[in-house]
Ligand binder design. Structure first.
Ligand code: ACO
Ligand code: ZN
Length: 222
């Protein structure tokens, strides 16, 4: 292990006493019984939220040796839309989103990657017509002096035509780097618009997190 990294972690723990649960992602203080109790409660809720027992009429859009992808649309049976809402809440929690509204709820399509009776991946896709490319080079950034300044990244001012917006993409933390997000996006490209296959350029990731940016950059170049 990298010694420098290790020191940073140790110092952080001494200072804040914070622990991150590797499964549910909650940050809590193991030294505080109250925090611990809150974690146990949230952890249970999380496990319950991602539990998937199978539905009579599930729309399976892809199958793999280690799982399958199910598509849920607006107007599907209540048990399906309720499950999707619950998963979205957990994902928003982890992303630190607070009630970020979907642009167009009636046309939203949610893709769930299910493995061993658990939802281990979720992608929420919406129709979008234009997007602004993320620029990583600060020097190129046209909004450098505006209020957007505090962001770690910025966007081009030139709109580009896209078809599908990924408003959320999330993979269960213990199942990352197994190609689950990649397979979710592949399936969106094949199924989002009936009868056509979208190119990576026609998909935009909204407000990406650092993880999301690394994933999207890799996905779009391959
Ligand atoms: N760091 C560096 N490269 C990465 C990372 C990362 N954290 N994640 C993915 N990649 C790249 C890699 O090149 C990877 O291939 P490799 O493993 O062979 O090197 C390639 O992308 C494909 O990765 P997947 O295995 O398909 O990605 P994964 O299933 O792990 O899911 C995701 C990626 C969704 C970003 C996951 O890390 C996650 O859920 N993070 C927390 C939630 C989050 O931040 N989501 C994005 C929000 S932005 C938005 O929703 C629009
Ligand atoms: Zn936990």
């Amino acid at each position: 292990k990298d010694l420098k990294d290790q020191m940073v972690i140790d110092a952080g723990q001494k200072h804040f006493g914070a622990t991150v649960c590797k499964a549910c992602g909650m940050v809590y203080s193991a030294a505080s019984p109250e925090d611990e109790a809150q974690h146990v409660q949230y952890h249970q809720r999380f496990l319950e939220g991602i539990k998937y027992v199978g539905w009579k009429n599930e729309r399976v859009v892809a199958e793999f040796w280690d799982g399958k992808i199910i598509l849920v649309r607006q107007g599907d049976p209540k048990y399906a839309t309720k499950k999707v809402e619950g998963v979205r809440e957990l994902v928003d929690n982890e992303l630190g989103f607070k009630q970020v509204a979907l642009a167009c709820p009636t046309q939203t399509q949610t893709y769930l990657f299910v493995s061993l009776n658990k939802v281990v991946g979720c992608l929420i896709a919406e129709p979008v017509r234009q997007a602004f490319r993320v620029i990583s080079e600060p020097a190129e950034c046209p909004t450098k002096n505006s209020l957007e300044h505090h962001r770690a990244w910025c966007c081009s001012t030139k709109p580009e035509k896209v078809v599908c917006g990924v408003s959320r993409i999330w993979v269960f933390s213990l199942m990352r780097r197994k190609g689950i997000a990649r397979r979710l996006v592949d399936v969106v490209r094949r199924t989002f618009v009936f009868g056509s296959c979208l190119s990576p350029d026609e998909i935009a990731f909204s407000d990406p997190t650092p993880d999301g940016k690394l994933f999207a950059a890799k996905y779009c170049q391959t």
